[in-house]
Design a protein around this ligand. Structure first.
Ligand code: PGA
Length: 250
């Protein structure tokens, strides 16, 4: 059984105070929930205070990025060891915004994944095609390349969660169709099976891209959708709690 996983990716939003205000509102809204996993990825500078507030809750502390070296002269970077020290459980790697604005390549992403696993962090590994790739029928080629290169020489997928995020659906309000999501997730599952055989069955595959309380119900019920990675709608405690509960909108 793959437990459904709901992850808030706050990106470059919320000060420490704003993050703690969110948690004050959010924690009571989800405290009865036991049959699914919830993660929150604040900015690096909020990890410590958010982590302390989450200590006696079931919510998992997640980071949005990491560097692949343990320590050294890498101005501005944060290592897996440092994240582990703050009780971070999951780290998001390969987000399309990192690929686009910070030129992260499949090779860099692979190094980051390996370094994180070495440090006993779990990884939320993001993949997804840009609009031009979808329009030229290259979606599956792109996903194949991203999976093969990103997971190169990673022999056990037990610390990995995949996140399929079509780049054209991120922050645009354009959600992928149910058919597009189903096809992509089935493709990813097959690809994982090719690499990891039966171990692939327990790997969760999240969907990300314009998830809202209005569309979560349809998305979460698609085959091979094991949760969601949420940007914009996760900034609001009410909205994110509705997504986690996937209540139908009245
Ligand atoms: P969005 O972002 O929900 O704002 O589309 C998703 C993501 O980037 O993970």
């Amino acid at each position: 059984m793959r437990m459904k996983f709901f992850v808030a990716n706050w990106k470059m939003n919320k000060t420490v105070k704003e993050s703690l205000n969110f948690l004050r509102d959010f924690i009571p809204l989800i405290k009865e929930i036991k049959d699914r996993e919830i993660g929150i990825a604040p900015t690096f500078v909020c990890l410590e205070s958010v982590g302390k507030t989450l200590e006696n809750t079931p919510i998992k502390l997640c980071a949005q990025n990491v560097f692949y070296e343990k320590k050294g002269a890498y101005t501005g970077e944060i290592s897996p060891t440092m994240l582990k020290d703050l009780n971070v459980e999951y780290v998001i790697i390969g987000h399309s915004e990192r690929r686009k604005y910070f030129q992260e390549t499949d090779e860099v992403i692979n190094r980051k994944i390996k370094a994180s696993i070495d440090e006993q962090l779990k990884v939320i590994f993001c993949i997804g095609e840009i609009i031009e790739e979808r329009q030229s029928n290259m979606t599956f080629d792109v996903l194949k390349r991203q999976i093969e290169k990103g997971l190169e020489n990673i022999n056990n997928p037990s610390s990995i969660v995949l996140a399929y995020e079509p780049v054209w659906a991120i922050g645009t309000g354009i959600v992928a169709s149910e058919k597009q999501i189903e096809e992509a997730h089935a493709f990813i599952r097959d690809k994982l099976k090719e690499i990891y055989s039966e171990k692939a069955d327990s790997v969760r595959i999240l969907y990300g891209g314009s998830v809202t309380p209005e569309n979560i119900h349809a998305i979460i019920n698609i085959d091979n959708v094991d949760g969601v990675l949420v940007g914009g709608a996760s900034l609001d405690a009410q909205k994110f709690s509705k997504i986690v509960k996937y209540e139908k909108q009245k």
